[in-house]
Design a protein around this ligand. Structure first.
Ligand SMILES: Nc1ncnc2c1ncn2[C@@H]1O[C@H](COP(=O)(O)OP(=O)(O)OP(=O)(O)O)[C@@H](O)[C@H]1O
Ligand SMILES: [Mg+2]
Length: 234
């Protein structure tokens, strides 16, 4: 489903943000991307959905060669992806209902189906009461839940989620993780960048760990947790 080969990205000559990244994610897999702040998690996801071009290497998602295809093919692929951005990217002039409806509109769905699916998504993230509210009137955690609802409303082939729980309080955390697991059980392949090592502890799964822009393929979950403990000093 996702094939990445020898991927490299640098913004300046003297330092590569990512180098020689290769991995494959099979259809239906659910994996994490971890690494300390600045290790390149967001950059990797941006390369995957074609927001940035790599300096080296190739990416294929759902059979589409992301950095070698036409802009039409990329747009078609993106309409099948669920994207949760680290900074949410909600449209400020659209209310919550309209934000979540957007990807369904792009897919050309009818009003009845849009309404049904958006209501269901709002229910899943617990924001039915806020559907006529504008994004800036919501808290960061609420905005993040809207971003998650918008990404999942299309039943995406692949979900690329960048720190999707960064602002989620413990009360909503379990529900959000259940949403991801539910999407995964319905066939969505998931790659989720996270700093939140409590998630790894709670739901251990395959983890792509970035260290100095490279993948540490052999690292165990225990070592990742130890690295994190050392990093936060406890
Ligand atoms: N547009 C850019 N121009 C120059 N450098 C950039 C750009 N985007 C990212 N970088 C650099 O690339 C490195 C990796 O950034 P990235 O945002 O991918 O890290 P991250 O792992 O997502 O961090 P965080 O956990 O804080 O979200 C950082 O050193 C950052 O300064
Ligand atoms: Mg990031």
């Amino acid at each position: 489903m996702i094939q990445v080969s020898k991927l490299g990205k640098s913004y300046s000559r003297d330092r590569a943000v990512l180098s020689d990244i290769s991995f494959t994610l099979a259809k239906g897999e659910f994996a994490y991307v971890t690494g300390t702040s600045g290790s390149g998690k967001s950059t990797l996801l941006r390369l995957l959905y074609g927001a940035e071009r790599p300096n080296n290497g190739t990416i294929s998602i759902n059979g589409v060669s992301v950095n070698r295809c036409s802009s039409f093919a990329l747009a078609q692929l993106r309409s099948k992806l669920g994207l949760v951005f680290q900074d949410f990217k909600l449209l400020p002039e659209r209310n919550i209902f309209e934000n979540i409806a957007l990807p369904l509109e792009i897919q050309g769905k009818g009003q009845t189906e849009i309404s049904k699916r958006v209501q269901q998504s709002l229910h899943y993230v617990g924001l039915e009461q806020k559907m006529r509210t504008l994004p800036q009137q919501l808290s960061a955690g609420e905005q993040q839940r809207v971003a998650i609802a918008r990404a999942l409303v299309v039943d995406p082939v692949v979900l690329l989620a960048d720190e999707p729980t960064g602002n989620i309080d413990p009360e909503h955390m379990a529900g959000i993780l259940e949403l991801f697991k539910g999407a995964n059980a319905r066939g969505t392949t998931i790659l989720m960048a996270t700093h939140d090592y409590s998630i790894l502890r709670r739901s251990p799964r395959r983890t792509l760990h970035l260290v100095n822009g490279q993948l540490d393929n052999d690292i165990s979950l225990e070592s990742i947790l130890q690295t994190e403990r050392a990093h936060v000093g406890n």
